[in-house]
Every structure is written in C-alpha cells, then in structure tokens.
Design a protein around this ligand. Structure first.
Ligand code: PRX
Length: 665
C-alpha cells in the first residue's frame, strides 16, 4: 500500500483533494456506506459555542468539586486562559474515592495484561489502597505539593498508581516514555528539577528485557536535583541500587494501610508536565492543570466514545504519551470505566495478540493508532478471523492521519461493518480530543480519513499564510479560535515560549502546527504537520532532536534530517551527516545509529544515514532541508538561486541511489 503525501487533482471536479486520503486505486472514499444515526450534536455544539459559560457550568459537574468555582473562565491574561476560578478539587479523589461510595467499589478499575501472559485485575478499592500507600511513602520522603516527580516506568499498574499518588498530594508528575535513553531522560529530569524518580528494574518489549534501572543510573549521574529513586521490582532483574538514594517500591509501600487525605488543589494548579517535541531546541514542557484538564478528559471520552457502565475500554497506547495520560488513566477512571492496559508489543508473541486480548477480555471499545492498524493489516485477515471480536462496539484511532485503506480494513475486518471508526484528532497541548466523531451525541456520516467535526467548545478555523480564513477544500493551517478547558496552562518555566510558539504566528488564535482543510459538510481533514515535526509510528519527534543527537555523537560536524513516507510507520527518518575531518566513514552509519539509540532511545534512530561531504546550504549558511527533501523525492526543488554548493546535490543524489540499490539486493 502506498501513502501519498502530495496534493492531487480530483478529476470530476476542479477541487484540490489530498491524495494521502485517497484509496490505492485512486478512487475517493464513498460516504454513504458509513452513515450512523445522528443525535443532538448540532444543538449541543451550538450551545457550547454560543453560551460557553452556561455550557461549562453544567458540564464541569462531571467531576466532584471540593469547592465550587466562582468564575468559569478568566481571560484577562490571555493567552494564559484560566478555567473554573476558585474551584478546588483533587483528581485522584475523582478517579477513586468517589466511586467507592457507590456500586463501583469492587469493579475492575484496571485489567492489566503482561506481555508474557501474566494478568492482574485491580478494583477501584484496591487501586485506592495502592495509591494511598505510595502517596504516604512519597510524603514520608519529603515530597510536597508543587515538587516534581519523574515517572519512568513500563506499562505496569504502578505507573497508574504513581500518577494518581502524585495527583493526590499535589506533586507535579512528569512521565518519561520508557523507550527514551539516558540522555533524553536526564534532559527531562533537569528541565523540571525533579526531586524523585520512580522507575522499575526492567520492562518487556517483544520478548526482550529493557534495563530501565541501568538507564536511570546513568542518567542520574548528571541530575543533581534527584534525592530519591523508588524502584518497582517487576522482573526480578538484578539491578544496582545506590545506598540512601534508591529504595524498593514494595518496601516503602509495605505496611502502609493508610488513608491519605487528598490535597485540595486549585483548579489551575499544575497536575503534570509532559515533554513533547517542537521545531526548535529542547523538548517543550507542556503543563496541564487539575480542573480544566480533568473536565476536558472526562467529557471528551464520554462524548466521543460514550462508554457505558459495563464496558471494557482498551486504549492501546503508552502512558509515556499524552494518549496514555488522558485515555488510559484519567478519563476512564474519572468516569468509573474499566480500563485495559497491555504491557508489550501488539504483535508479540504472535500477530494476533491484539485480537486475542479483545476476545479474552471482551473489549467493547478499542482505541489504537493508524500505525498499529497498518502493521496488523499486513499480516492478513487470518489472524483477526481466528478470534471472536463480537464484543467490539466502537473502534478508535489517534496520532496521525489514517489512510482510507487502513480505515476500511479496521472498519470491515475488525469491526465487521458494525462499529463506527472514531478518528480522534488532538495533541499533547490540547489535553484531549479536539476533532472527533461523537458516539454520545450521534455519529452521523463518517468519511474515511476525516476526523469529522469539532468537539463541543472547539472552534477550529483553517487559515492561509496571512491569517485569512480559507474556503472549502483549501489546504491551510488549522488554528483554534477560542480557549477550551483542556488546553495547556503554559510551557514549564517558559511563558514566553508558550506565547511565541502557539500565539504569535496568527493573531488571537491557537496555532497548532498542522495542515488541514474543511470540506463542504464542515468536516476537517488533517493533512500532516506544517513544521519540522515528524510522526514516526505516531511518535512526535522534532527533526532537530535527531540532528542534535547525531552531532552529539562527536563523529559528525553537521546533520540534517528529513522524513519520507513509510507504508507502516507513516513517516521514516532520513538523515544526512557530514563526518568530522579524520573520522573513518566505514562503519560510521551503524555507530551513529547505536549512539542515537543509547542516548535518546530507539524511536529517534534514523532509518537511513547518508554520509556526505557537505550539506546543501544557502549563501548565508542555512541548511536547505527543502532541497534535501526535493532531491530525495525526485521532485523539482523550486527556487535554488541561493544555493551555495551545487556539488552537494549530486553527491546526495548518488548516496540515495546507492542506498536504494543496496536495499533492493
Ligand atoms: O499532527 C497531529 C497528529 O499528532 C500531532 C500531535 O502529536 P502528540 O502531541 O504526540 O499527540 C498525539 C496524540 C494525540 C498533531 O499535531 N495527530 C494526532 N491525531 C491525529 C493526528 N493527525 C491526524 N489525525 C489524527 N487523528
């Protein structure tokens, strides 16, 4: 299957249509066959836009508040919007305690499935006990409201416990994806000056052990703010514990049959920091608060997927990303839903792992990524057809545009034509879904490849370079006109960067970096990033991070990274490097890949490394990435009058040809 990223002309009409969204045979997705019942969406949405105060006064009551807000929205310091002013609440209380007073006490909160087949079911009551025990242990070691804890854990129940324990005592948590390497981890610890790290002796991925503690030990050599490290014994992996710094999780939480009073947090107190990639410099620390984020998480899950009391919800993401934060942990637990959590690779030990879990646990709603769907689709229909998938009612996707072939496979082969595809578009910064079909409000017509219509409270517009609103089917920058409760509070310790990244490109709107267009029915089609951010298997990566990691290896003086399309991963990483004088070229590609993997983790490792003598540059010394991409794609490079070193283009072309010949062999 080919994914095309350029724009193509639709033959019957003179409209620009994104070819990424067309089927392999170039036909357009048929609309009529994907119609579902329409409900109250239009009315509901209109109210959210026309009477936002009234609307949010009502819908913020999806949570229990310790004290009620006196003002819904404070815009005086825009773009630092603040929601539910004066309101106090605690999200661990909302996710746990309040369910215990009713029939959910003994209901499964989390069903955990290990890659090796282990299984653990924790009830709401059991989860609260664990959260209290860890919250007390954190307090005993001196953690106080506002301190930061880094959570560097695999997909195990303790990762849910750790986030909720931090939330309970007002400690700001920052989860670092367990696939990141020592340097990436140290950078994040230092950026927020965390006092504590919670990690494990290891994690599993495709049958292999990932020695997390070893990575932490290496990172902590360079992290003076960390006083204590709590280590979960998940794998019985022998690890090096540092005296007076490292403590076993089971020891510090033993004997703690305690009730820790929730810290009543101001609605706009920070809940967590999540580092995410941008176009320049170090990752950005996106800060989310308690009130607005909680209200957004719970409502968006309800509106988009409408989970019912008995449903089993499986968000097959990782807690290291925003999807895991919002839709494995907070949203389902705030609603009292049973959340399924899987530790390992979805094609391990066999390609039917996902379908086996759906069958065994009777999953009703499955939420995963286009990359996962494309990967599982490659194995063919035999794997899903071995399993009874009749429990499924809805299917969701997130993270990247979904191409119609994958959409239709998901719809027909997995959902047997019964389950709507809920394509949810959002970002780390938005806290939860911003464009998505809404099962709770009636789905209506689905168009494969479109995330459909805005969530209540979201007012998206598509703008051109000059900030003018574009017409139907015209591609431009998608921006959001009004604040919504789930939006980030700021970038950690960097209010200026928050303003300049998101609110300076266009006046008075939130600019989020994506291309999109709106069709005649008001449906939004997301068309990829407009900046130097790429999406590899749904992971958000700044090309600059990879370039920095390549240069940090010490062997190259310069590096430039572009993305090419990949039929499974969406995008793949192509790098061009100039070795330092005296560095041997033999074996350099492999060494660079190893170095990047160790420092930053496997997701940043380039798929291609081209070793060249010079990069194409403008006379003022800027690397011409646009030209690199054009040469790579064999396209017209556009204006190259400012190019200084034409010879580099020939060299690059030759390197690409050599690489292609090599892989053909
Ligand atoms: O480019 C968009 C893409 O993912 C970006 C956000 O990445 P991240 O902050 O890591 O959050 C991922 C999980 C929400 C967006 O700017 N993206 C996300 N969902 C979709 C999408 N692109 C198209 N369709 C989607 N459903």
């Amino acid at each position: 299957m080919i994914i095309r990223h350029s724009l193509a002309f639709r033959k019957d009409k003179i409209t620009l249509y994104p070819s990424v969204l067309m089927k392999d045979d170039n036909s357009l997705p048929t609309e009529s066959s994907f119609s579902f019942q329409r409900g109250t969406y239009e009315e509901f949405y209109a109210k959210s836009i026309e009477k936002p105060k009234e609307f949010w006064n009502e819908h913020a009551h999806i949570l229990d508040w310790h004290s009620e807000w006196h003002q819904v929205l404070d815009q005086r310091k825009a773009p630092f919007y603040r929601w539910f002013i004066g309101g106090k609440l605690n999200l661990s209380y909302n996710a746990l305690d309040r369910h215990l007073t009713n029939y959910r006490r003994n209901k499964a909160a989390i069903i955990w499935v290990g890659e090796n087949g282990d299984e653990k079911i924790v009830t709401y009551h059991g989860l609260l006990k664990r959260v209290n025990a860890l919250a007390q242990a954190m307090r005993d070691s001196g953690m106080q409201k506002g301190d930061r804890v880094i959570i560097y854990l695999p997909m195990i129940i303790e990762s849910v416990v750790a986030t909720l324990a931090a939330a309970r005592i007002g400690v700001v948590f920052s989860v670092v994806f367990s696939g990141f390497g020592a340097q990436a981890l140290a950078d994040r610890i230092n950026a927020c000056k965390a006092k504590m790290v919670i990690t494990a002796d290891g994690g599993r991925r495709s049958g292999k052990l990932i020695d997390l503690k070893k990575i932490v030990n290496e990172a902590l050599e360079d992290c003076p703010s960390v006083e204590e490290c709590i280590v979960v014994n998940h794998m019985n992996n022998p690890v090096e514990m540092v005296e007076d710094r490292d403590f076993w999780y089971h020891e510090v939480t033993a004997q703690k049959h305690v009730q820790v009073e929730p810290e009543w947090m101001d609605s706009n107190d920070p809940l967590f920091i999540l580092y995410t990639s941008g176009t320049t410099g170090k990752p950005k620390g996106v800060v989310h608060g308690n009130g607005g984020y909680g209200v957004w998480a719970a409502n968006t899950l309800k509106w988009a997927f409408d989970p019912s009391e008995d449903d089993r919800w499986w968000c097959a993401a990782d807690i290291g990303w925003i999807t895991g934060h919002t839709y494995i942990i907070f949203a389902p637990l705030l609603l009292g839903v049973t959340s399924i959590m899987y530790e390992g690779a979805i094609n391990y030990p066999e390609p039917d792992r996902m379908w086996q879990i759906v069958e065994k646990y009777g999953v009703n709603i499955l939420y995963t990524s286009p990359t996962a769907i494309r990967m599982l689709m490659r194995y063919g229909e035999n794997y899903p057809s071995k399993h009874d998938l009749s429990s499924l009612r809805e299917l969701g996707t997130v993270g990247e545009p979904i191409n119609p072939s994958a959409w239709e496979w998901y719809y027909h082969v997995i959902g047997h034509g019964r389950c709507p595809i809920i394509d949810t578009y959002w970002q780390t910064e938005t806290g939860g879904f911003i464009i998505s079909p809404t099962a709770n409000l009636g789905i209506g017509m689905l168009k494969p490849g479109s995330a459909t219509l805005p969530m209540p409270g979201i007012f998206p517009v598509v703008l051109d370079e000059n900030g003018e609103e574009l017409g139907i089917n015209e591609k431009g920058y998608i921006c959001i006109k009004r604040p919504w409760p789930g939006m980030m509070l700021t970038l950690y310790n960097d209010d200026e960067r928050y303003k300049s990244v998101y609110f300076s490109r266009f006046k008075d709107v939130y600019f989020n970096g994506d291309y999109a267009m709106k069709d005649k029915d008001g449906y939004f089609w997301l068309l990829g990033r407009s900046d130097e951010v790429i999406k590899v298997s749904g992971h958000r990566i700044g090309t600059i991070e990879i370039e920095d990691a390549l240069v940090a290896s010490g062997d190259v003086s310069e590096a430039a990274v572009i993305a090419r399309s990949d039929s499974i991963k969406g995008e793949a990483i192509v790098s061009f490097v100039v070795p330092k004088i005296g560095v041997r070229k033999e074996g350099l590609q492999e060494k660079l890949k190893r170095d990047v993997r160790k420092a930053m983790g496997p997701i940043l490792v380039p798929d291609e490394v081209h070793v060249i003598e010079s990069l194409p540059k403008t006379r003022s010394g800027k690397i011409m990435r646009r030209l690199l991409k054009a040469v790579y794609l064999d396209q017209m490079p556009g204006d190259i009058s400012t190019l200084e070193n034409e010879a580099s283009v020939t060299e690059i072309r030759e390197s690409i040809e050599r690489f292609r010949k090599e892989i053909k062999k």
